[in-house]
Write a protein that binds this ligand. Structure first.
Ligand SMILES: NC(=O)N[C@@H](CC(=O)O)C(=O)O
Ligand SMILES: [Zn+2]
Ligand SMILES: [Zn+2]
Length: 426
């Protein structure tokens, strides 16, 4: 069976597009050209053909919190956003801190995921303990305690040595609990106006500075999750300058919003780390532009409506975003001329894939057919009620965006299509 995606456009360089057809056979791209024929034709109608997107930071909540999300709904939501590979955080219940618990999640993934889902193993048992997991016995691609910081330098040092010895990355949620003081929102202007306890930037940056020194000592690939503050960007830039093997991600929400965008005590704006000051937001963009921050990750963090309507103090941290992240980024940064389409696609696909040795295509013959199609011309209003995710906790509800995903192909199979007829996802 030869499927041809007809009349698409791919990026040649910057924002320059060329019209092409892509033929897919046995899960691979078998031909790229014009006037291609095949057994099944899907007309792309001039829309953008992109490599399948890659998100190394999502929460699919299974096992344990399946009222928020499951591997099935999370992977459907990701496919709808144009993602063909995602990496799921281990703050589940139970935490996959033994080979047996980890393999149980792998079985769920094999059964329910319509795209590649890679499960992280934790760094320490139960995430909050100081006891390292037996890393060698768990067959994962990377270790992280996302959701909580590794509190002591000694535990992080031992974890990095162990991870380095088996050539696996340490992925860090950086948060020093001893500096938290019960904060729920950035310690800046808006928390004072709303009378809410603040979270200082040094909660994050001081731990990143510590970890970069430890990474230098151990040689581990150290990756920083959801960077939010200027001082964190400065520390990572200096680490890279010194040749430390440090990489970093930033979320769409930290690039698009800052503390002043929080309208009221509304927990759809509550996430960890918090939306920070305007100067932090500027530093994140600068860091992304100069390569200090390597790529974009969504930190898709679903919570139920009931949980998220308890105000800033009573609600859990976290927002969803995977279904609309490409469109949000395209609308705010490419349409406005801040960076190019080529730059965006690299940071949402090629670069995270390369740095973590994950699957994606470069739309050339012989590579895997992981391909997403985006409509850059049609305005779309974000409607969280319409999400495939079980949760709708997003501050972007009602926003008008361009660049919605209309088709996602993974290993040559259509896993999401706006036209239901094309879809063959299980
Ligand atoms: N980002 C969040 O605010 N919440 C995440 C945890 C995390 O990513 O730290 C969650 O699991 O809900
Ligand atoms: Zn985190
Ligand atoms: Zn997270």
């Amino acid at each position: 069976m030869r499927v041809v995606l007809k009349n698409g456009k791919r990026v040649v360089k910057d924002n320059q597009l060329e019209q092409v057809d892509i033929a897919i056979e046995k899960g691979l791209i078998s031909e790229v050209g014009t006037d291609l024929t095949g057994d099944k034709i899907i007309d792309i109608e001039g829309k953008l053909l992109s490599p399948g997107l890659v998100d190394i930071h999502v929460h699919f909540r299974e096992p344990g919190f399946t009222d928020k999300e499951t591997i099935y709904t999370g992977s459907q939501a990701a496919a709808r956003g144009g993602f063909t590979t995602v990496c799921a955080m281990p703050n589940t219940n139970p935490v996959p801190d033994t080979a047996a618990k980890f393999e149980e999640i792998q079985r769920l993934i094999e059964k329910d995921a319509c795209i590649n889902v890679h499960q992280y193993a934790p760094i320490t048992e139960e995430l909050r303990s100081d006891k390292l997991v037996d890393m060698k016995s768990i067959d994962t691609f990377a270790y992280t305690n996302d959701g909580v910081g590794v509190q002591t330098a000694g535990v992080m040092y031992e974890a990095m040595k162990l991870a380095a010895s088996i050539n696996k990355p340490i992925v860090a949620h950086t948060e020093d609990d001893s500096l938290l003081y019960g904060g729920v929102m950035h310690e800046g202007i808006r928390n004072k106006e709303l009378g809410l306890p603040g979270i200082m930037g040094i909660v994050e940056s001081s731990q990143i500075a510590r970890d970069i020194l430890l990474a230098k000592e151990t040689g581990v690939h150290y990756h920083v999750c959801h960077v939010s503050s200027k001082e964190s960007v400065d520390a990572i830039r200096e680490g890279k300058r010194q040749g430390v093997n440090v990489t970093a991600e930033v979320t769409p929400h930290h690039l698009i919003l800052n503390e002043m965008d929080i309208p009221s005590d509304d927990a759809t704006y509550k996430m960890n780390p918090p939306l920070r000051g305007i100067n932090d937001q500027k530093a994140l963009l600068e860091g992304l532009l100069d390569g200090t921050i390597d790529f974009i990750a969504t930190d898709h963090a679903p919570h139920t409506k009931k949980e998220k309507t308890q105000g800033f103090v009573g609600s859990p941290f976290g927002i969803v975003g995977i279904e609309t992240s490409f469109a949000m980024m395209y609308t705010h940064f490419v349409k406005t001329g801040i960076f190019t389409l080529e730059f965006l696609i690299e940071r949402m696909s090629t670069l995270p894939a390369n740095l973590f040795h994950l699957q994606t295509s470069d739309l050339t013959v012989g590579t895997v057919a992981d391909i997403s199609v985006f409509d850059l011309e049609t305005a779309y209003t974000v409607d969280a009620a319409d999400y495939l995710s079980k949760s709708s906790n997003t501050p972007f509800n009602g926003e008008t965006v361009y660049g919605m995903c209309t088709l996602t192909v993974h290993n040559g199979e259509v896993v999401w299509s706006q036209n239901e007829g094309d879809k063959s996802c299980r």
